[in-house]
Design a protein around this ligand. Structure first.
Ligand code: ADP
Ligand code: MG
Length: 452
């Protein structure tokens, strides 16, 4: 019977690895099938974060499909913690909720972020682009509240901020299960606050956020334009700071670049250590690809690692996406990862388009559309008829080229990178709210990418 279960489980794993390779991780091999009875498959996981990972919809749905295909039946899945962990009273106290099962904080599963088993210090590659941010996170998790407080990490999207924040949180919890660590996105904080105000629950809200040992908030730029949440956060911050509790924050820009952030918050955020993560260099990109392929149990030849690292320069998430795509293609195609396959995978990767479109092409398209001249865009003029097309150019240039914000700003009359960031956000917001503008921008982008 045990052998039968082991066989079934092995087939499930192979099916999963082949058809859902994007979610496959090498530690799946260490999961343990416990029983298959009454339409329920019980699986034992060694780590709490594995269990959380398996329960996330992206993975859970794929697991169900694999189980159904192998057994030919609809089977429910239950993941439990193997070993003594299950009985252990010292549950990691995310947010200090001592009754926490594996569900986050207060049962509001959807709004809380899980820790990903991928996001640990062990799985983080240190390079010149992120050395300081990494070292600061390690220091903070070794002695919370005593080194850099607050620690503020900023950088473009996809460069590893969430990874580092989660790594620091998980490391602290691993060292001391009784630490009350609260890790969440700023959006969740704001939503909780709004709900607490509506429901007259501010007392509980404040108690919860102000009685933690470490507060880690991701994407704090979400406080932009939210006056009451800013006010609330200011007091949360002060209470924790005064009791020497560690605070870690991340954002897509430095504190002073967050639009419409109260001065007193800017100064609070800047009073500890502010560090930036930059784009990874070629060597770091290659090391990240090695690390990611290990994590996914893939054997990727050096020339392919090299090829991917050359093709994707800006964003680590895209680097990983390319690797996963190539691996997925290989799994469905006999399992061998070849350079030809990698080339084919890039055939329709947006990164390829990005490298080919130049700022001049973007300007040509925009000036033609708005009937303005390049000289106008580069001038100091700020009338809407000029400023708007200029912002559209900056927006498209940021999305379609690999120029830095500084370079783009420099091109448009020596403007600095905050102007470009502001332009980007402005057009992004307009696109969200005004379909005419969305269509106009989409039309320009399509024209550029098709002509390419
Ligand atoms: P951000 O929060 O800055 O947008 P993430 O932390 O979500 O970025 O990172 C995007 C992806 O890139 C994640 O899968 C993360 O593991 C990976 N990543 C980024 N930097 C590194 C690094 N230095 N080493 C390993 N993985 C990295
Ligand atoms: Mg993030």
């Amino acid at each position: 019977m045990a052998d039968l279960l082991a066989d079934i489980w092995d087939n499930i794993l192979r099916y999963f690895q082949k058809y859902h390779s994007e979610s496959w991780r090498s530690w799946f091999e260490q999961l343990e099938p416990i029983s298959l009875e009454n339409g329920l498959l019980r699986i034992g996981a060694l780590e709490r974060s594995w269990k959380q990972y398996l329960k996330q919809p992206e993975c859970n749905d794929s697991l169900k499909v694999a189980v159904q295909n192998v057994t030919g039946r609809l089977v429910g899945i239950e993941v439990v913690l193997s070993d003594q962990e299950e009985e252990s009273s010292g549950e990691p106290s995310h947010s200090g909720d001592s009754e926490a099962s594996d569900s986050p904080v207060d049962g509001d599963e959807s709004s809380f972020l899980y820790f990903s088993p991928d996001y640990t210090f062990d799985n983080f590659v240190v390079g010149p682009c992120n050395r300081l941010s990494h070292a600061a996170c390690v220091a903070v998790s070794d002695s919370p509240g005593e080194t850099y407080n607050p620690l503020f990490i900023h950088g473009d999207v996809g460069l590893g901020k969430t990874h580092l924040l989660q790594a620091a949180s998980q490391s602290i919890l691993n060292n001391n299960k009784d630490m009350r660590v609260m890790y969440l996105s700023c959006e969740t904080f704001v939503n909780h606050f709004i709900r607490a105000v509506e429901e007259g629950d501010l007392y509980d809200f404040r108690y919860k956020y102000r009685h933690v040992d470490m507060l880690v908030i991701d994407d704090i730029q979400f406080l932009t334009d939210r006056d009451r949440s800013q006010e609330e956060f200011f007091h949360t911050f002060n209470t924790l700071y005064q009791s020497r509790k560690q605070i870690i924050l991340s954002a897509d820009c430095s504190p002073s670049e967050i639009p419409n952030l109260e001065e007193r918050l800017i100064s609070r955020f800047s009073q500890g250590l502010v560090t930036r993560i930059d784009k990874p260099c070629m060597e770091t990109r290659m090391a990240i690809l090695y690390k990611k392929s290990q994590l996914r149990g893939m054997n990727v030849p050096d020339d392919i690692i090299n090829y991917i690292a050359k093709r994707v320069e800006n964003n680590t998430r895209e680097l990983e996406g390319a690797l996963t795509k190539i691996y997925g293609m290989a799994m469905l195609d006999g399992g061998e990862i070849t350079l030809d396959l990698a080339r084919e995978a890039f055939g329709d990767e947006p990164t390829q388009i990005r490298h080919q479109i130049t700022i001049t092409q973007i300007i040509d398209a925009v000036t033609q559309h708005f009937n303005v001249r390049l000289g106008d865009l580069q001038s100091k003029r700020r009338s809407r008829s000029i400023a708007f097309p200029r912002q559209v150019c900056m927006y498209i240039a940021r999305d379609l080229t690999s120029h830095s914000l500084e370079e783009i700003g420099g091109y448009f009359g020596g403007r600095d990178h905050t102007t470009v960031l502001h332009a980007y956000r402005n057009i992004d917001k307009l696109c969200d709210h005004d379909p005419t503008i969305r269509n106009m921008v989409d039309g320009l982008v399509t024209g550029l990418t098709l002509n390419d």
